[in-house]
Structures are given as structure tokens and as C-alpha cells.
Design a protein around this ligand. Structure first.
Ligand SMILES: NC(=O)c1ccc[n+]([C@@H]2O[C@H](COP(=O)([O-])OP(=O)(O)OC[C@H]3O[C@@H](n4cnc5c(N)ncnc54)[C@H](OP(=O)(O)O)[C@@H]3O)[C@@H](O)[C@H]2O)c1
Length: 333
């Protein structure tokens, strides 16, 4: 592909998240949304009409359209592996919605296929690309608050009716960890540039048999301790707080907070200085990950340095380990 050619995208699974992505692709001058595919033809057609997309396809048709460069897998969790594998096997680059897959075995297999075929593959972990989080990472790496020794995250809300089915249904890989907890896990791994080595967790199960509330405790190789509380049926104060030896950072409105406050105390109990750093995030949070995908593919890179494939696999392994402790197996595993 020539370096300045617009990337042609196809979407599999025209649901809620696909609409946000369609708007991001339409807004991007480097990309073109060429096709949409659904298991239900009328859904693909309606989506195509709404967003002015040329082709409304079946899954078979979309992977066989030679004009399409990349498939965005926007189906619900339990279909990510199957749909992404199908697209890769047909020679398409792939961007998969989070969670990358349901477990690490599936993740490893997708990475293997993409590697074998020299295709681009990435988890659409948009939180790693938004300006507020990029600036936050910069401040952490710069040592603005000294050595980060502890991070607390609470991230929970009462899911609306449109999300209820996929979040609460066991056979659809429901549960708070794969849906919401994964943002917090990926966020801390990104900020610290590490994967936790000690993992402790507890969860409370819904009457539908999925994790509805979960608490995770991690220790990272650097020594940093992390507490994460998440829930899909409790309104929690959504925030991340990073405690360092020189100060602490408050990142409210997790996961897409527009900015954060750095508080400096220089190792005392008195805050001497508080500065708010705005992130100025775009209203469509997916724009940034789209630009990264385009940049990587144009440069001939098969993965992103912001969310490398080994990290997507490692994060699935962390979740596998916690689920093992909870005796939590999905029926299709
Ligand atoms: N919603 C968000 O704000 C959001 C944000 C970030 C990431 N995500 C991720 O994006 C993915 C999709 O989420 P969503 O909220 O957009 O899902 P959704 O609208 O409920 O469904 C998306 C697609 O998944 C398939 N699907 C949904 N329910 C199904 C069922 N019961 N049986 C068979 N297929 C079903 C359908 O594909 P077909 O039309 O082809 O049948 C549907 O078009 C999830 O993995 C989620 O974690 C969502």
C-alpha cells in the first residue's frame, strides 16, 4: 500500500461501539469506512444508510472484498476470537475491540496467525491513546510525583439497559472484569510500563453467574502496589489516584477523564502546590487510536508500541489467573 493512500475499513458487528468508531473514521482524512457486516443483513443495511457506507455485507462478503485493508471487530466479547481469526485468515489487518479476547489462549492464537501472515493486529484499548492519559504517563515517567508506590482506582457504574444483555449473560462472556475492570488493569500496566507479578482478587457474583463486583490487588516488579475496585451495578466514584514519594495525582472521571491534578508535598503531609493539567480530549475518544492504526500500517508496522501484542496477551493472563481463583469458567471455554 502507498504511504498516503486512505486506509479502507470494514466493520464487523454494527452495534453501539461501532457507531462511535464510524464517526471517528468519517472524521479522519486518512481513513475511509467502506463496508459494514452483520449476521443480520437488515442491520448492516440500516447502519450503512445511517453512516453513508458503500457496502452492507455478510461476514463472508466483507472478508472477501479485496479493497478492504482492515477489519474492525466490534462484536461482543465472545465473538472477538472467531471474527478476528476469520478476518486475519483472509489477509486483513485487524483492530479488535477490548477485551482483546476472552482468555490468553485465544489471544496467543490470534497473535500467532497475524505474525505468520505479517498482518497488523491491535486491541482497541482507546484509553491508552487519549491526550489526558498520554500526558499523565509523561508526568509519571518524568518523576513529577517521585517514585509511584501506590495506585487506587475505583471504576463502577450502573449499566444501562442497552448493555445489560452482554454484561450479565454468562454465555456471552459477561461480567465486570472483561468489560470494565480491564480498562483499569490496562491503564496501570501502561502507566507503570509493567505487568503485575503478584495478583490477588475477590469477586461477587450476580444471580446470572458472572462477576458483578470485583476487587483486585496487584504488586508490580517495581514494587508499586495497586488496588482496583470495579462494578457494573454500583455507582462508584470513578477515579484513579497515584501516590508517589513527592506528591500524588488525582485523575477523576476515570476512564476518559479530561485532565488531572498534580499535588506536590515533597515527602511531607502538607500539599505545597496543586496544578490542574488539562488533556483537551476530543469529544470522540476513538479518534486517537484510529490515527495510530493508520500510522502503523502506513509505516509497515504490524503492532503498536502503545499497546503491544505481548501486553494484550499478558493482561488476558492476569484475568485468567483471577478467574481461576474464582472458579469462573465460561461455558464455551
Ligand atoms: N458500547 C461501548 O461504549 C463500548 C466501548 C468500548 C468498547 N466496547 C466493546 O465493543 C464490543 C461491542 O460492544 P457493543 O456495546 O457495541 O455491543 P452491541 O451493540 O450489543 O453488539 C455489537 C454486535 O455484536 C453482535 N451481538 C450482540 N449481541 C449478540 C448476541 N446476543 N448474539 C450474537 N451476536 C450478538 C452483533 O453483531 P451482528 O450484528 O453481526 O450480529 C452486534 O451488532 C464489546 O466487546 C465491548 O467490550 C464497547
Amino acid at each position: 500500500m502507498e504511504s498516503t493512500k486512505r486506509l479502507k475499513w470494514g466493520i464487523m458487528g454494527p452495534g453501539i461501539v461501532a457507531s462511535n468508531m464510524a464517526n471517528a473514521l468519517i472524521e479522519s482524512p486518512n481513513n475511509q469506512l467502506s463496508a459494514v457486516a452483520s449476521k443480520t443483513q437488515s442491520k448492516a443495511k440500516a447502519f450503512a444508510e445511517k453512516f453513508g457506507v458503500k457496502n452492507a455485507y455478510s461476514y463472508q462478503e466483507i472478508v472477501n472484498d479485496s479493497e478492504i485493508d482492515i477489519i474492525y471487530v466490534a462484536t461482543i466479547h465472545n465473538f472477538h476470537f472467531k471474527n478476528a481469526k476469520y478476518a486475519l485468515e483472509h489477509g486483513k489487518h485487524v483492530l479488535i475491540e477490548k477485551p482483546f479476547t476472552v482468555n490468553a489462549d485465544e489471544a496467543r492464537e490470534l497473535v500467532r496467525i497475524a505474525g505468520e501472515k505479517n498482518l497488523f493486529l491491535m486491541e482497541a484499548m482507546w484509553i491508552r491513546f487519549i491526550p489526558s492519559v498520554l500526558k499523565l504517563k509523561e508526568r509519571v515517567v518524568n518523576g513529577d510525583i517521585g517514585e509511584v508506590k501506590q495506585i487506587n482506582i475505583s471504576y463502577g457504574s450502573i449499566v444501562g439497559p442497552v448493555y445489560e444483555e452482554r454484561l450479565k449473560t454468562l454465555s456471552l462472556a459477561g461480567g465486570v472484569t472483561l468489560d470494565m475492570g480491564i480498562y483499569a488493569i490496562s491503564f496501570v500496566c501502561y502507566l507503570l510500563g509493567e505487568i503485575p507479578t503478584d495478583i490477588k482478587s475477590m469477586s461477587r457474583f450476580s444471580d446470572t453467574g458472572v462477576d458483578e463486583i470485583a476487587d483486585y490487588m496487584f504488586r508490580f516488579p517495581s514494587g508499586c502496589l495497586v488496588n482496583i475496585c470495579t462494578s457494573y451495578n454500583l455507582k462508584m466514584r470513578s477515579e484513579a489516584i497515584l501516590y508517589g514519594t513527592r506528591g500524588y495525582i488525582e485523575f477523576p472521571e476515570f476512564s476518559a477523564g479530561p485532565g488531572f491534578t498534580i499535588n506536590i508535598h515533597e515527602g511531607t503531609n502538607k500539599v505545597e502546590e496543586s496544578v490542574y493539567i488539562p488533556g483537551n480530549n476530543h469529544v470522540n475518544r476513538f479518534i486517537y487510536q484510529v490515527e495510530e492504526v493508520t500510522r502503523c500500517i502506513r509505516a509497515g508496522e504490524t503492532e503498536s508500541r502503545i499497546i503491544p501484542l505481548h501486553e494484550s496477551i499478558s493482561i488476558m493472563k492476569v484475568i485468567d489467573e483471577m478467574r481461576k481463583d474464582w472458579d469462573f469458567v465460561y461455558p464455551f471455554e
